[in-house]
Design a protein around this ligand. Structure first.
Ligand code: DC
Length: 225
């Protein structure tokens, strides 16, 4: 049987960086489920759909065929056969992915893909509903979070490092709060901490410390040596 580790948490908590590094150290497959929602979002944007058009999203998402492969350990997300890794981190895609992820038809399209990867491989999967909905029997569940202010500052520093000075810390924080609120309050698979998840607040940790904390939770749960 494969070992499944679920890491959920809000936007900007450093989940993907921490999860990717922890997976590497464990020799597990890292599955970034947010990237799958982002690929569907890109498809919808290309179709000219708007984030508020929930019914159109429900009808059109069937045309988005998302698949995952791995190249040199990196997850490659393909949309109808096209590698879209470099196209899914824009603000527009972020907004659309949050809106589309509240549509049941979109979630249903990704369920089998996510469960299939977890059935065949030892995975460390990150997202919003992995411990609560996708992998309820995961051997380890972690809810990784940090204060809103810390998450906003991390995101702001990331943008500044990329030379993107257009945003203020306040506007970054406002966007993070809006996305949290939308992800937490949607009807289907809202962002929730599973009752059996370990709560990991990384506000006062750097990346290495957070990775070590994840590995030590996995050790305590007895699923790694
Ligand atoms: O983790 P991310 O920022 O790449 O995710 C983009 C959006 O996708 C996020 O706003 C919520 C949604 N999402 C989700 O609903 N369920 C998941 N398992 C992963 C992401």
């Amino acid at each position: 049987m494969s070992i499944n580790i679920a890491i959920d948490g809000p936007a900007g908590a450093g989940k993907s960086t921490v999860a990717r590094r922890a997976a590497e150290k464990l020799g597990f497959v890292y599955v970034d489920t947010g990237a799958m929602y982002r690929a569907i979002a890109l498809y919808l944007i290309r179709q000219g759909v708007k984030p508020e058009e929930k019914e159109v999203i429900a009808g059109r998402c069937a045309g988005a065929d998302v698949s995952i492969t791995y190249q040199n350990g990196e997850q490659v997300v393909s949309l109808n056969g096209e590698n879209v890794n470099g196209l899914i981190r824009t603000d527009e895609v972020t907004r659309m992915s949050s809106a589309a992820s509240a549509v049941p038809e979109v979630r249903a399209r990704l369920l089998d893909l996510q469960r299939g990867l977890a059935a065949k491989n030892n995975v460390l999967m990150d997202g919003r509903d992995i411990g609560t909905c996708i992998l309820p029997d995961a051997q380890v569940k972690i809810f990784l979070t940090a204060s809103t202010a810390v998450r906003a500052k991390r995101r702001y520093d990331e943008l500044a490092a990329k030379g993107d000075a257009a945003e203020t810390l306040e506007s970054v924080e406002a966007k993070i709060m809006k996305r949290d609120e939308d992800d937490r309050n949607r009807e289907i698979s809202p962002l929730r901490e599973a009752p059996d998840a370990v709560h990991l607040d990384t506000s006062d940790m750097n990346i290495e410390e957070a990775v070590e904390a994840v590995l030590s939770i996995c050790r305590e749960k007895g699923c790694i040596g």
